[in-house]
Design a protein around this ligand. Structure first.
Ligand code: C5P
Length: 228
């Protein structure tokens, strides 16, 4: 591992809280995820500010709309010079996103099936299949559409890596170090297991952001990964 694979999720209600955490982490972490909460509070202005500070930005908006709307919205994100953006793994959405990204360096990550969904949830949507079969189908479709990466449960990482091959970007939230509080995450793996199973990046929120010393927590997790 020659770079820090941790993306810290800035799940805060204000940009001031997010900035305070970033300051506490200093140079240890350079990649941050801005999700719906912080986006609703501080918008693209905050994402641009992070870029201006030299941070990498993963905008986790899980876009899903008619193709023209997705294309135009992705175009805006691409222009802001961000690194990663999530879109839902439906074929038309992904193709529109690829078009909207154009020649920009923004990488698109597909959300295949929300990890909160179980077999009954997808049956309710009219997909009479196993969740894993739908995930695998959507991984193949994402890569065929020109999407570069996948966001997935660490428990699916090894299988997805086999399907997607070495070139795809694999990002796994839902990770916890041994002994850390799981909170509302149900199907977790450790950061070291996720990386071993083929993840390029692990998204970590509360274990780091709510730690007494977030910087020490990052150091501990990096050691855990390195010694695994
Ligand atoms: O605090 P915690 O580490 O559980 O935060 C995980 C982050 O990853 C949150 O921002 C959450 O929205 C996001 N996420 C997730 N599970 C998914 C997809 C995204 O926890 N399947």
């Amino acid at each position: 591992m020659n770079r820090n694979p941790i993306i810290v999720a800035l799940d805060f209600e204000s940009p001031a809280e997010a900035s305070a955490l970033i300051a506490r982490l200093g140079d240890r972490v350079s990649f941050y995820k801005v999700g719906m909460e912080l986006y609703a509070a501080a918008g693209m202005a905050f994402a641009r500010e992070l870029r201006a500070q030299g941070k990498d930005v993963f905008l986790d908006m899980k876009f899903y709309d008619i193709p023209e709307t997705v294309r135009r919205a992705v175009c805006q994100v691409a222009r802001a010079g961000l690194q990663f953006l999530t879109v839902h793994g439906s074929d038309a959405v992904m193709r529109a996103a690829v078009e909207g990204r154009g020649a920009a360096s923004l990488k698109l990550l597909a959300v295949t099936v929300l990890t909160s969904f179980d077999r009954q949830d997808i049956a309710d949507l009219g997909y009479p299949s196993e969740v894993s079969d739908l995930v695998d189908l959507r991984v193949r479709k994402a890569l065929a559409a020109g999407v570069e990466g996948i966001v997935a449960s660490p428990l699916d990482a090894a299988r997805i890596r086999r399907i997607a091959g070495p070139g795809a970007i694999l990002v796994t939230p839902g990770v916890r170090s041994p002994g850390a509080a799981q909170a509302d995450q149900k199907r977790v793996a450790t950061p070291a297991e996720a990386i071993r199973d083929g993840a390029d990046y692990v998204v970590m929120g509360r274990q780091i952001t709510r730690a007494a010393s977030p910087a020490d927590e990052v150091d501990r997790v990096l050691e855990e990964i390195a010694s695994a």
